[in-house]
Design a binder for this molecule. Structure first.
Ligand SMILES: Nc1ncnc2c1ncn2[C@@H]1O[C@H](COP(=O)(O)OP(=O)(O)OP(=O)(O)O)[C@@H](O)[C@H]1O
Length: 455
């Protein structure tokens, strides 16, 4: 963990009393803002490698970083798997007790990839890429769940995808475990402009369930999968704000409209959920059509993608097989999309003060295309290796306990490459599905709130 000793000058931004650890980075700019604070892009001075630094807000009561949080963070440092973003360093500024977590940097995230297809390319994401993204997401989640970590805030912006380089097209799950460290937003939502999204929230949480499992992550994965296919959120409910009540009638309504009425026959634990009883009017009196999920996602009832959405099983074993580089299709002749680099606001420094430099792309190597011209054709040697489905290992029995994605989703065999599975950190608590500040940089409002987050 970095120390908080202050030195005069140096570092990457304004201010004169900079902590010593900051000297190892050159700050490039701000890349986003979430529930817990700001995210910056920095480069290490030594190796010039890109690092995402997440600065956590001061806690409300000003008592700094709790020992529990520190313990949890140290556990997160032990987590290591290809599809989970690596926490590379932890720094504490003793002067103001602010916390900085340094992660490997990813050029893209699913939110931006989906938005790029919807708004710029006007074309669906190719099947190979959808499948590879989804497979890797499940692979990373399998690892987290096997380590008793439930993410609880899976959504497209938390699913990162690596840009050019050795790891191009590799999915990295971000933000795992953080909801546990910082259990609640530190400021009222209206104060910092962060918007909550409930679109990926599982119905058991919306119905007041407290003892939830890794199934809440699987629900979010299903929603993300549907969004990758259709380029729009599956269940876009409007949230009733200002109340700690988890019951969100509109979100549940959106879900039941697609999936049909819930009933204890299909869902045996349903009647134990607090809001199923207390809000019977909303839930039990409305008669929804039976499930029409397949038509929402424009998939035939018998299509493999639909089968996965409802059963999460067969899809990955048929052509096109998923690959490690999700962005470069395996078949020669298929188009490659050059996704734009993440925008960086170079006018904001670590202290939050601003200068006059305009936002810039991170790397000149990544084109910032405005149209389909951003596509090119896969040269034969760019063909990535597929993920082998043969010889995939089962989870060791010890890891197949209650909170195992594989057992929940029926994908016990999906553990390619013999990923070492460890058990360790437990991560549970309140789900936080909050969204970043609207940076108001001229995005059009098309009823898709997340799009406002970029500058
Ligand atoms: N390691 C990283 N590399 C590149 N970008 C990242 C990295 N981690 C986070 N980001 C980006 O920074 C932005 C803010 O992320 P952050 O996790 O703080 O907020 P969020 O996911 O929008 O909201 P929440 O805090 O509720 O999860 C997002 O666009 C996210 O994709």
């Amino acid at each position: 963990m970095g120390d908080g000793r202050a030195v005069a000058g140096g570092g990457g931004g304004g201010g004169s009393n900079r902590p010593a650890w900051l000297q190892q980075y050159d700050l490039v700019g701000k890349i986003g803002e979430g529930t817990y604070g700001l995210v910056f892009l920095a480069k290490t001075k030594l190796r010039k490698s890109c690092i995402a630094i997440k600065k956590f807000k001061q806690s409300k009561d000003g008592d700094g970083v709790s020992p529990t949080a520190i313990r949890e963070i140290m556990l997160l440092r032990e987590i290591s798997q290809e599809n989970v973003v690596k926490l590379v360093n932890v720094h504490i500024n003793h002067a103001d007790m602010s916390l900085y977590l340094a992660f490997d940097y990813a050029d893209h995230d699913l939110y931006e990839i989906i938005r790029y297809h919807r708004e710029k390319l006007n074309q669906p994401i190719n099947q190979y890429t959808v499948k590879s993204l989804l497979w890797q997401l499940l692979n990373g989640l399998n690892y987290l769940h096997s380590n008793w970590i439930i993410h609880r805030d899976l959504k497209p912006s938390n699913i990162l995808v690596m840009g050019e380089g050795e790891e191009q097209g590799v999915v990295k799950i971000a933000d795992f475990g953080l909801a546990r460290i910082y259990q609640a937003p530190l400021k009222p939502l209206s104060d910092n402009g962060v918007v909550v999204t409930i679109w990926y929230r599982a119905p058991e949480l919306l119905l007041g369930g407290k003892h939830y499992t890794s199934a809440v992550d699987m629900w979010a994965v299903g929603c993300i999968f549907a969004e990758l296919l259709t380029l729009k959120p599956l269940f876009q409910g409007a949230e009733v704000k200002g109340t700690p009540n988890p019951f969100q009638a509109d979100q549940l309504d959106k879900i039941f409209k697609v999936l049909g009425n819930p009933n204890p026959e299909k869902w045996p634990t349903l009647s134990y959920l607090p809001h199923y009883q207390s809000d019977q009017h909303h839930i039990q009196t409305v008669k929804y059509e039976s499930s029409c999920l397949h038509s929402y996602v424009h998939l035939a009832l018998k299509s493999p993608a639909y089968d996965l959405l409802s059963k999460m099983l067969e899809y990955f074993r048929i052509d096109p097989l998923p690959g490690r580089n999700a962005l470069v299709p395996i078949q020669p002749g298929e188009k490659i999309i050059n996704y734009p680099a993440r925008p960086v606001d170079t006018s904001t420094d670590f202290e939050g003060t601003t200068s006059i430099q305009p936002p810039q792309p991170v790397s000149a190597a990544v084109a910032i295309p405005g149209s389909v011209a951003a596509s090119s054709v896969v040269p034969p040697r760019a063909v990535p290796r597929p993920i082998s489905m043969i010889g995939m290992q089962r989870m060791p029995p010890a890891s197949m306990a209650a909170f195992n994605i594989a057992s929940q989703a029926g994908i016990g065999g999906l553990n390619p490459g013999g990923i070492p599975i460890q058990r360790g950190a437990a991560a549970q608590g309140h789900p936080q599905q909050l969204r970043r500040k609207d940076p108001g940089m001229g995005m059009q409002n098309t009823g898709y709130p997340q799009q406002k987050r970029r500058f």
